[in-house]
Design a protein around this ligand. Structure first.
Ligand SMILES: NC(=O)c1ccc[n+]([C@@H]2O[C@H](COP(=O)([O-])OP(=O)(O)OC[C@H]3O[C@@H](n4cnc5c(N)ncnc54)[C@H](O)[C@@H]3O)[C@@H](O)[C@H]2O)c1
Ligand SMILES: [Zn+2]
Ligand SMILES: [Zn+2]
Length: 379
């Protein structure tokens, strides 16, 4: 998969990645996915997304080759690779902040390294490909347990880990009312995970009816279609004793719909880094003293966030890119015990050579698409 410019991707033959450092591995990809985050790149909204870059930060595969110092993997191992690239030993990695590694991204002081996610996150080529170079092979990847289904494994490398992390950062207490903005894969898993953490009510907000239907069947949530209300904030207040929810999770990010002026200013005129409509709805609709967990991605350019209201309401805002590998021990148990079934989110399985069509379907939300997987030829 190669990026050619906004809304243009295609398949090209590239040189096969090589071991560049003794702790690298080369992984033959068997299954990848397209993430909502890839759409920000696809739409040309992420700074320094260079033509020729290969996207893909959600993938599993088989180890093809390892560098001289790799100890935990060997050729032939089936591995899942977290979307974060982390060194495992810097100040941040040592504190479990695997998404904020200080050694893997020369271009930023905020985020660490992410596969296939522009030079803002290190310029690494990603896994929507037949082969990918995996740096720090002893740190990130894990051998997939025999009992685990491939489609569960691939979604544990991002969407499932992130949705669960979103609920965790919400600091949900027994009986809490949790509102999740966005019924994409991340929001759906966040809603499902909220129950595991003791929520008393879970409400999912979106405008795509087929995704809200999934929120009811997959995550057993109440749903709100924001286009059916003049003011979705007022509606949410009404259904929560006029106080507001205890916890809100933003699983939308900088490309939120729902406010035309913001959308034009952000996506069309590029006057700001994105439209923070969902985040502002979260700030307005929660009760005072609530916690807001932000999983939706925002770029480095400023957005109009209602920060003063958040301050004056005494809100706690928690956010980060998900430190995926840190989530795995508990998530493996939840998948094994059947509390989480990530593969139920998969709606499309697209051959790598048809990836342009896959991006188009997922971006335009056609054909009831929720989660598209990408299947390389060599798989
Ligand atoms: N923090 C992380 O580590 C991390 C990891 C993965 C994804 N993300 C981000 O999470 C977000 C969701 O990812 P996804 O894969 O589920 O994407 P997605 O595009 O499939 O889902 C986004 C959903 O939000 C809905 N939406 C749009 N405007 C809305 C609004 N104003 N209110 C409520 N819903 C609205 C859309 O209709 C869509 O269903 C993206 O911003 C993505 O970049 C972050
Ligand atoms: Zn992602
Ligand atoms: Zn590090």
């Amino acid at each position: 998969m190669v990026y050619r410019g906004p809304y243009r991707v295609r398949v090209e033959e590239k040189d096969r990645p090589r071991i560049e450092h003794p702790n690298d591995a080369i992984v033959r990809v068997t299954l990848a996915a397209i993430c909502g985050s890839d759409l920000h790149l696809y739409h040309g909204l992420m700074p320094d997304t260079r033509v020729g870059m290969t996207f893909g930060h959600e993938f599993i595969g088989v180890v093809e080759e390892v560098g001289g110092s790799v100890q935990s993997l060997k050729p032939g191992d089936r591995v899942m690779v977290p979307f974060n690239i982390s060194c495992g030993s810097c100040f941040y990695c040592a504190r479990g902040m695997l998404a904020n590694c200080h050694n893997v991204n020369p271009n930023a002081t905020a985020v660490g390294g992410i596969y296939g996610y522009s030079h803002t996150t290190g310029g690494y080529d990603g896994g929507q490909a037949e082969f990918v170079r995996v740096p720090f092979a002893d740190v990130g990847p894990t051998v997939i347990p025999d009992w685990m289904h491939d489609e569960d494994a691939v979604l544990l490398t991002d969407a499932t880990a992130t949705g669960y992390f979103g609920a965790q950062l919400g600091e949900i207490r027994q009986g809490d009312v949790v509102v999740v903005f966005g019924a994409g894969p991340v929001g759906l898993v966040a809603a499902q995970s909220a129950w595991l953490m003791g929520a008393g009510r879970v409400i999912v907000v979106d405008h795509l009816d087929y995704r809200l239907e999934k929120a009811r069947t997959f995550a057993h949530a109440e749903t709100v279609n924001f286009t059916e209300h003049d003011d979705v904030v007022v509606h949410l207040k009404r259904t929560t004793d006029h106080l507001g929810a205890d916890v809100a999770i933003d699983a939308v990010g900088a490309e939120a719909d729902g406010n035309l002026r913001q959308h034009v200013a952000a996506a069309k005129l590029k006057l700001q880094g994105g439209s923070a409509v969902a985040l502002n709805w979260a700030i307005d609709s929660v009760r005072k003293g609530a916690t807001i967990s932000v999983m939706g991605a925002y770029g480095p350019i400023p957005n109009s966030v209602k920060f003063g209201d958040a301050m004056n309401k005494g809100l706690t805002l928690r956010m980060n890119q998900c430190p995926v590998a840190r989530q795995w021990p508990r998530l493996f148990e939840h998948v094994r015990n059947g509390y989480l079934r990530p593969r139920d989110l998969v709606t499309h399985r697209i051959p790598l050579e048809h990836i342009a069509e896959g991006y188009h379907i997922f971006s335009s939300k056609l054909d009831e698409c929720i989660k598209p997987l990408v299947v390389p030829n060599a798989a």
